[in-house]
Design a protein around this ligand. Structure first.
Ligand code: SAH
Length: 338
């Protein structure tokens, strides 16, 4: 039997009925696992003792907290231990009005982008739906505050695990009450998958990791780009916008001297010009294996100005949690910054 987290009210109700229990127990079960953080059915005191004993071994699907570290800016990084012993990361990012959770979709990542710590550690497996939902509950429970936004920007490539990611998105929306528009799925692009995601007709934000303004440069940074030309990726993005009516946000890591020169801004503006899009610049967060440089604030501003001159809507994402290796691209499921 699959773990209960990630299942809808209807599915849970069907299950309790199959156990010979009245239907209203389904609603109680839903409330206790999604709102009261029950890790075990024996904790659910509204159930009879006899039935609790019977279902004591049924898995809710919560992971174990392995390690937790708080960065000076209030960002909290969680290492979670899954039932097979794998360790993944989730990050809670508080701001005045929001609590954002950065969730992982895989154990490790097979994409091996050269600037990203996760890819350096290799790939183990996809996460199950409940293992994704659990990350959000862990942060919500720990902060004692409702999660407002979710970004699939932790470990892994979400579109290599699309069925479980889509199920998790629906559960986060319907079972935990997070608006689809407050959920962002970030992808480096997997052939055919952006189009397929579009067909799900979700109201989520799709973020596409471009990181380079031309094919040649992109291939040097992102190995998978060799088999998935930028032009094909952009075509899929057009289809996505057409089918969903949603804007796309393009992510562009800034690597000093490599992809942040004025002619790169020109190429980038041309590439995204046909979209009602938004470009999110991410100044490179250093990782130990490679020696890319983060541009200076002055260089970053120059790149922003070059894009603005060409009417591109642009913002700079200054990553949170840098001090604790909890920022974009620094997630490697180790207690590096103890
Ligand atoms: N696989 C997904 C999610 C990955 S992480 C994707 O590629 O989109 C989310 C973002 O952080 C991606 O845009 C990723 O390219 C970026 N990132 C990776 N390493 C980084 C680093 N060292 N500094 C800044 N951003 C990084």
């Amino acid at each position: 039997m699959k773990p209960l987290l990630g299942q809808s009210l209807e599915e849970l109700t069907d299950w309790v009925k199959g156990q010979g229990q009245p239907a209203y127990r389904g609603k109680q079960l839903h409330q206790w696992i999604y709102e009261r953080y029950a890790r075990n059915l024996t904790e659910i005191t509204v159930f009879s003792k006899a039935w609790r004993a019977e279902v004591a071994e049924v898995a809710v699907g919560r992971s174990q907290l392995h390690f937790r570290s708080v960065a000076p800016d209030g960002t909290i990084k969680y290492l979670l231990r899954l039932t097979d012993g794998s360790i993944i990361e989730a990050v809670g990012i508080p701001t005045v009005k929001r609590l954002t959770v950065c969730v992982s979709s895989q154990v490790g990542c097979p994409m091996a982008c050269d600037f990203c710590a996760t890819g350096k550690g290799g790939f183990l497996r996809n996460l199950e739906t409940h293992e994704i939902v659990d990350q959000v509950l862990t942060v919500q429970e720990d902060f004692g505050q409702r999660v407002s936004n979710i970004v699939f920007m932790g470990m892994g490539e979400p579109l290599l695990n699309a069925p479980n990611v889509v199920k998790a998105v629906r559960s986060l929306n319907q079972d935990i009450g997070i608006g689809q528009r407050s959920i962002t799925v970030s992808t480096v692009g997997i052939p055919g998958q952006i189009r397929r995601l579009g067909d799900e007709k979700l109201q989520i934000t799709l973020a596409v990791s471009l990181h380079a303004s031309n094919q040649q440069l992109r291939e040097t940074l992102i190995p998978s780009a060799q088999k998935y030309p930028l032009k094909t990726l952009i075509d899929e993005c057009y289809d996505y916008v057409h089918v969903t009516g949603r804007r796309i946000s393009f992510e562009y890591i800034l690597l000093a001297g490599l992809n942040d020169l004025p002619h790169h801004a020109g190429e980038l503006a041309e590439m995204v010009g046909g979209f009602q899009s938004h470009v999110n610049l991410i100044p490179y967060n250093p990782i130990s294996e490679v020696d890319y440089q983060r541009p200076s604030d002055h260089q970053i501003q120059d790149f922003v100005d070059e894009l603005k001159k060409r009417n591109v809507a642009v913002s700079v994402r200054y990553s949170r949690g840098l001090e604790k290796d909890a920022a974009c691209g620094q997630l490697r499921a180790q207690k590096l910054a103890d």
